[in-house]
Design a protein around this ligand. Structure first.
Ligand SMILES: [Zn+2]
Length: 709
C-alpha cells in the first residue's frame, strides 16, 4: 500500500489522487474543544514544505483540510483506549482531506501521516507549466492508532562530557538543530525524548559552577594554517541557554522531554573536580575506573546530587530517568560506607542499598519541585542477570511505587526474563527495554556499524548488538503490551535506520526485520535511492583501529583482531569500495535536488567520510599483517612506518571533518574515542624505544568498566 513510516494499522487506497494544489486551506469549524492553535500546529507539521502555505479559507487550487474532534467509532480499532488517546482517521478525496481525532496528539499523528502522503509535482505527475510547484495526495482512508503509548528515543545532549570527550554529533547542537530534530520526531510519531546528560552539566548550576561544561581547554584544527589552536569550549546550552524553549516546542508537537542521567555516575563535573569525594577504592586496586561514582556517606555529596536534580526539574523536564552504573566489582571502602553498606554484603548489594536510599532522597526532591515529574530507573544491571522471583519482589519493594522501569538485561537473558519483570512491576511501569545497538556503534569513533555484515567476523564477537536485536526487543515489548519503548540513539548522523526502527516498531508493526530495512528506507528516501542506500549500509566493511594486533587496550565492542585469514575479506572490501562510494555520492546528489530531502544530507556526508576512512584502514590492516609476518628488524621497521603513515592518513580525515578528536585527560586518565592517538603511541614506542610513552589512551570512559570483565 502506501510507504508510510510508521505503517498505519488500516489503510485503503481509493485508487486516484487529489487535484494538484499549491496551498492548503484549513477548516476548523467542526473542532468543538480546545486543542491549542491547530492552524499553527499544521504550519509546524509542514515545516519541511515551506512552499506550501496554510490559509484559513478555501482558495482555488488548494487542498481543503477539514479537522473534526469527533473520532468515529471503528470496530477494527483493536485498542480503543489508544485509538481515542492518540489515534485518528484520515479520509482524502479529490479536493478535501478530512482528519478526525479526539485529542491534540491524535491530530498531530494524523497530520504527520497526511504530510508523508504529499507528493511534490514531478513524482508521478505529468509536469506542465500550470502544476510546477504543486502537490497531490493519494485518495485514501486510514484508521490508525499506536500499539505502545510511550515511544521514546534517547539521544545525547552530553555524553561523558569532560570525562572521556567533549562532544560530537547531537551534543554540539544548538536550538535550531534540536528544533529540526524534534520536527523529525513528530514526523515519525516519536512522542518522548529521554535526553542523555552524562558528564559535566550542559546547563547552569550556580551553586556548583565548577561542575558545568564551560571553559574546557581543547585543541581544534585550523585548516588555513594547518595547526592546532587551543580554545576553551562550552556546551551550546551554556553559551545560549535554550532548553526551556526547546521543551516548550516539544510539548507543542506532542513530545514529552525526559532527562536521562546517572544515578551517582557522571553527575556533572563533581567527581572530577572533587576527587576526594569519590568512592574509595579497595587497597591495591587494579581497576582503571575510579572516578565515576561519589561516596554516598558524605552528606555534602547527597546535597550536591539533590541540587543538581532540582536544577534539572527546574528546566521543565517532564521526567527524569536515573541509570545505575553496572559496575559492581567493588564498593567504597571508606569507614562509613563499610559499616553502613558493605559489611556482610557483596559490592553489588552494597551499591543497591546505597542507591535505594539515594533514589528515595532524589525522588522526594523531584516530587517536591514538580509532583507530575515522572521518575524512571534503569538498574540491576550486574550479573546474575536472571533474577529469582524473591529477588524481583525485593527490588519492587525497595523503590518508590511510582518509579517506572527502563528494563536493562536485554539481549543477555532469555526472552522469558522480560516477562518475569513485567509481571513483577506491572505493564504500566515498564517504559523501556534494551535497544542499545546504536549505543555500541557510537563507541566506534564515528565509524559505521549497523549490521553484522559491517564488521570483522561479527558472529565471533562476545558483544552481539546489532539493529536486528533492537527490532527483536521492540517486537517483544509490543507483544507484552507494555507502556513504552526507549530506543537508544547516541549518534544520529549516519544512523537514521536505528531511528526508523524505533519509530516503526514503537507504533506497533510486526514486520520482519529483513523486510523492514528496505521498506523504511524506501518510505523516507524514495524507491529510486532505497536499493543503493541499503546496499551501502549493509556492505560498508568497518575495521576498528583497535582491532590491529599491535593495539594493546581491550575494546569490548570489537574484540576480534585482524588475522591472516581476514586478508581475503579485506581485499574483497577494497574491490567493492569504489562502487559503494559511487552509490553514496549519487544518493547524496539526488538528496540535494529537493529542499525536502536536504535535511538528510549530513547523514550521507558522514557515511562518505566513514567510508573514506575505511579505505585507509584496509591499507593499515594489510600493513599490520605484513608487519606480523616480517622476518627481520629492517622489514618490521618498513611496515611500522607504513602503518604510521596510514594511521596518520586516517586521523587526517578525522581531524578535517570532526570537532572533538583529541584525548581528554581532565580526570587523570587519558581517554579518546578516536583510536589513532593510541595507535600512534604504540607504533612510536616500537620505532623509538628510547623515548617510550607508557601511559595508555583508553578508548572512551564507557569502555573502562568493561576492562575488568
Ligand atoms: Zn564511602
Amino acid at each position: 500500500m502506501f510507504d508510510l513510516l510508521p505503517a498505519p494499522k488500516i489503510e485503503e487506497d481509493l485508487g486516484n489522487s487529489s487535484l494538484p494544489f499549491f496551498r492548503v486551506g484549513l477548516d476548523t469549524s467542526r473542532v468543538k474543544h480546545d486543542h491549542g492553535d491547530l492552524s499553527s500546529l499544521l504550519r509546524e507539521m509542514l515545516w519541511n514544505h515551506p512552499g506550501l502555505p496554510v490559509d484559513s479559507r478555501r482558495e482555488e487550487k488548494a487542498l481543503s483540510i477539514l479537522l473534526s474532534d469527533t473520532l468515529p467509532n471503528d470496530a477494527r480499532a483493536t485498542n480503543p483506549p489508544l485509538y481515542r488517546a492518540q489515534g485518528y482517521t484520515l479520509e482524502v478525496s479529490e479536493g478535501t482531506a478530512a482528519l478526525y481525532f479526539e485529542t491534540r496528539d491524535g491530530c498531530i499523528h494524523g497530520m504527520s501521516t497526511l504530510v508523508q502522503l504529499l507528493q511534490p509535482e514531478g513524482d508521478g505527475l505529468a509536469i506542465g507549466g500550470d502544476v510546477a510547484g504543486a502537490y497531490t495526495v493519494r485518495c485514501c482512508r486510514i484508521v490508525d492508532w499506536p500499539s505502545i503509548e510511550v515511544r521514546g528515543i534517547s539521544p545525547t545532549f552530553a555524553w561523558y562530557a569532560g570525562y572521556g570527550r567533549l562532544g560530537f554529533d547531537t551534543q554540539l547542537w544548538g536550538y535550531g538543530e534540536w528544533a529540526e530534530f524534534l520536527h523529525i520526531c513528530a514526523d515519525f510519531k516519536i512522542n518522548q525524548l529521554n535526553l542523555c546528560m552524562y558528564g559535566y552539566w550542559p546547563f547552569e548550576l550556580p551553586e556548583y559552577p565548577e561542575t558545568v561544561l564551560r571553559g574546557f581547554p581543547m585543541r581544534v584544527w585550523n585548516p588555513e594554517s594547518r595547526n592546532w589552536v587551543t580554545i576553551q569550549y562550552m556546551h551550546p546550552n551554556i553559551a545560549q541557554p535554550f532548553l526551556p524553549r526547546l521543551i516548550g516546542l516539544a510539548h507543542s508537537l506532542g513530545i514529552r522531554m525526559f532527562a536521562y542521567i546517572g544515578l551517582n555516575s557522571y553527575n556533572g563535573g563533581y567527581a572530577s573536580e572533587h576527587r576526594d569525594k569519590r568512592m574509595r577504592l579497595p587497597p591495591n586496586s587494579k581497576y582503571v575506573n575510579d572516578f565515576d561514582t561519589l561516596c554516598l556517606s558524605d552528606p555534602s555529596t547527597i546535597a550536591y546530587l539533590g541540587k543538581s536534580v532540582s536544577a534539572v526539574v527546574g528546566l521543565g523536564f517532564d521526567g527524569i530517568v536515573f541509570e545505575e552504573s553496572e559496575e559492581s566489582l567493588w564498593f567504597c571502602t571508606c569507614p562509613k560506607c563499610r559499616t553502613e553498606y558493605l559489611d556482610g554484603r557483596s559490592p553489588a548489594e552494597a551499591k543497591h542499598r546505597a542507591n535505594y536510599r539515594l533514589l528515595k532522597s532524589l525522588h522526594s526532591v523531584i516530587k517536591a519541585a514538580n509532583p507530575d515529574c515522572v521518575v524512571g530507573l534503569r538498574a540491576w544491571r550486574e550479573p546474575p542477570l536472571e533474577k529469582s522471583q524473591e529477588y524481583l519482589q525485593s527490588m519492587v519493594s525497595s523503590i518508590p511505587s511510582d518509579v517506572v522501569l527502563f528494563w536493562a538485561p536485554g539481549l543477555y537473558v532469555p526472552p522469558e526474563e522480560f516477562a518475569k519483570w513485567v509481571e513483577a512491576f506491572g505493564r504500566e511501569r515498564i517504559w523501556a527495554r534494551d535497544t542499545e545497538s546504536n549505543g555500541v556503534s557510537s563507541c566506534l569513533g564515528r565509524l559505521i556499524r549497523i549490521f553484522r555484515s559491517n564488521g570483522l567476523r561479527c558472529d565471533e564477537e562476545t558483544n552481539d548488538q546489532y539493529l536486528e536485536e533492537d527490532v527483536a526487543q521492540h517486537l517483544g515489548s509490543r507483544e507484552l503490551g507494555v507502556k513504552g519503548i526507549n530506543g537508544y540513539l547516541f549518534e544520529w548522523y549516519g544512523f537514521f535506520i536505528h531511528f526508523f526502527a524505533h519509530a516503526f516498531y514503537g507504533w506497533g508493526s510486526a514486520m520482519p526485520a529483513e523486510e523492514f530495512y528496505r521498506y523504511s528506507i524506501g518510505a523516507v528516501f524514495g524507491p529510486q535511492s532505497a536499493d543503493d542506500i541499503l546496499y551501502c549500509l549493509r556492505s560498508m566493511f568497518t575495521i576498528h583501529e583497535s582491532q590491529l594486533e599491535i593495539f594493546p587496550t581491550e575494546f569490548p565492542f570489537a574484540r576480534n583482531k585482524v588475522e591472516d585469514r581476514d586478508e581475503p575479506r579485506i581485499r574483497q572490501a577494497i574491490d567493492e569500495w569504489p562502487d559503494i562510494l559511487r552509490r553514496l555520492e549519487s544518493v547524496r546528489s539526488r538528496l540535494e535536488e529537493r529542499p525536502e530531502t536536504r535535511i538528510w544530507l549530513p547523514h550521507f556526508n558522514k557515511l562518505i567520510v566513514a567510508h573514506r576512512r575505511n579505505r585507509v584502514i584496509y591499507d593499515l590492516a594489510l600493513a599490520a599483517l605484513e608487519y606480523g609476518r616480517a622476518k627481520d628488524a629492517v622489514e618490521k621497521r618498513r611496515w611500522l612506518l607504513r602503518m604510521r603513515d596510514c594511521n596518520r592518513g586516517d586521523f587526517a580525515l578525522v581531524r578535517d571533518n570532526y570537532f572533538d578528536v583529541n584525548p581528554v585527560s581532565k580526570t587523570g586518565t587519558r581517554s579518546c574515542m578516536i583510536p589513532c592517538h593510541e595507535l600512534e603511541r604504540v607504533i612510536g614506542n616500537e620505532l623509538h624505544p628510547e623515548s617510550r610513552d607508557d601511559v595508555p589512551i583508553y578508548l572512551g570512559v564507557e569502555a573502562l568498566g568493561w576492562l575488568w570483565l
